[in-house]
Structures are given as C-alpha cells and as structure tokens.
Ligand binder design. Structure first.
Ligand code: UDP
Length: 240
C-alpha cells in the first residue's frame, strides 16, 4: 500500500488516498475543536492516543461481528480504512443525560436514563448539527428507511457491547456519536461504522468519582485533556 495525496482535511483528522481506490489512510492530528470549530487548539500526543484507542474499540466491534471501516493500524498516528460513501447524519445514544440533551429539555446533567435514548443529528457545522427525526432523513433522502433502521440497530448494538467493556474499566459510557456508510467495494451491502470512536466523540465519566475523562475537559476548560484520554486507554487495556 502506498500513501498518496491528501483528499480531505477535517477538524482532527486528515484523510489520504492510497494506490488502492478502496482504501484510505486516516491520519489523527493533534488538533482538537469544539463548538463547530469555534474553539480550536493543539494537544500534544492527541493524535497517537486517539489512533490507538480507536483501533482497540474497532477491534472489539469487529470481534462482535459489527462491521467497521477499520482495516489496520499503520503507525502511531495513522490507520488504514475502507473508502466509504458516508450517510450525512450523526447517530447518538445516551445512557445518561448530558450535553445538548440536558440543555434542550432542562434536565439535570447526570440524570440516568431508564433505557438508552437514540437521537439523529444532521451533519452540518454551518447549521450547528440540528436534531432531526426519521421522517426528515427519509423524505429529504439523506438515507433510506432500511438504512435508518440499520443505523439505530447498529448504534444500540455498539452500546450493548461497549457499555460493559467500559464499566469493567471503572468508566461510565454516558453517550457517544457514531457515523455510518457503505464501503465503496460493497455499495449495496449492510452499513458499516465509519469515522472514529475516541474520547473526542463520547462522554466517559469515572464510575466512582464522576470525573470527566473525555472532550468535555477541553470544551469546559478542565485541563489535562490528553492525560485523561490516556487514562481511559490504559484502563481499557490500550498500550499507552
Ligand atoms: N458529539 C460528537 N460530535 C458532534 C456532536 C456530538 O462527537 O458533532 C458527541 C459528543 O461528544 C457527545 C455525544 O455526541 O459524546 C452527544 O453530544 P451532544 O448532543 O450532547 O452535544 P454536545 O453538547 O457535546 O455538543
């Protein structure tokens, strides 16, 4: 595999083409952003930390039979992934009320939910990722009814798998965001998980103390962001 030109630069990752049109290199940078790019910084070792945590999580999902775009770790900051056609919505599952849901409905952050709540958001920084429902997605043709059902089922399956894995490491999986797509080499097949699963895209609280171990440390200026990301990694068994 040969790495070729940059094809996309996101807020925290850069994607490169390879000599195989079905494969891309995902490069995790040290950049961190919040509030749709309004707050930006660089955090030393963030790229390598997230690359390793993501590889570990994707491996666990694959073992459980959940399809992902992850192919292999290439080096400290890069992973090889399948090229995908992404669905332009974000799938969020919440086990505990926090963040935008707490604000939207005036519910105290930290309120435990009797069962997980699923939410869709349109992926659009310009529109600040508005909450959308199944009808918006289907009628406006961002995804089909079958794809909507698959995104929900897969996001719940990820929860059923990851919640106990984090709990065993003394970590509460509060909420997280997933993105799905179709691999270019299987455009009609089942959706597979794309993007990443790292402390940038989920909320993780210490099960005993409630201390935040995720990107809220950056959003809310709590300090020692990467130290806490690495603590998450070490607790779940990622060599960091
Ligand atoms: N999230 C994300 N990217 C987004 C929006 C949310 O990774 O563009 C994650 C976020 O880190 C949290 C979960 O999805 O773990 C739910 O986020 P929420 O809707 O509460 O929004 P926030 O207040 O974090 O912007």
């Amino acid at each position: 595999m040969e790495k070729r030109q940059e094809i996309y630069r996101g807020k925290a990752k850069t994607v490169y083409a390879t000599d195989d049109p079905q494969r891309l290199v995902m490069h995790y940078r040290d950049d961190v952003s919040a509030f749709d790019g309004a707050k930006l910084a660089k955090l030393d070792r963030k790229g390598e930390t997230n690359n390793r945590i993501n590889a570990w999580v994707m491996g666990k999902l694959a073992e459980a039979g959940i399809g992902t775009h992850f192919v292999s770790l290439l080096n400290e900051r890069e992973s090889l992934v399948k090229a995908m056609k992404m669905i332009p919505v974000e799938c969020v599952v919440r086990n505990v009320c926090a963040g935008s849901m707490a604000k939207r409905y005036g519910i105290e952050e930290g309120t435990r939910l009797p069962e997980p709540i699923f939410e869709f958001f349109l992926k659009s920084d310009a529109l600040h990722d508005p909450l959308v429902n199944d009808d918006h997605i289907r009628v406006l043709e961002w995804a089909t009814e079958a794809e909507i059902a698959q995104m929900k089922a897969l996001t719940h399956r990820v929860n059923a798998l990851l919640k106990p894995l984090f709990a065993n490491a003394g970590i509460d999986l509060v909420d997280y965001k997933l993105e799905f797509g179709h691999p270019l080499d299987d455009p009609q097949g089942e959706l597979v998980l794309g993007d990443e699963f790292t402390p940038d895209g989920c909320r993780l609280w210490d099960a005993k103390t409630g201390e935040k171990l995720d990107k809220d440390r950056f959003r809310r200026d709590l300090g020692e962001v990467i130290e806490h990301y690495r603590e998450v990694g070490r607790r779940i068994g990622v060599p960091l």
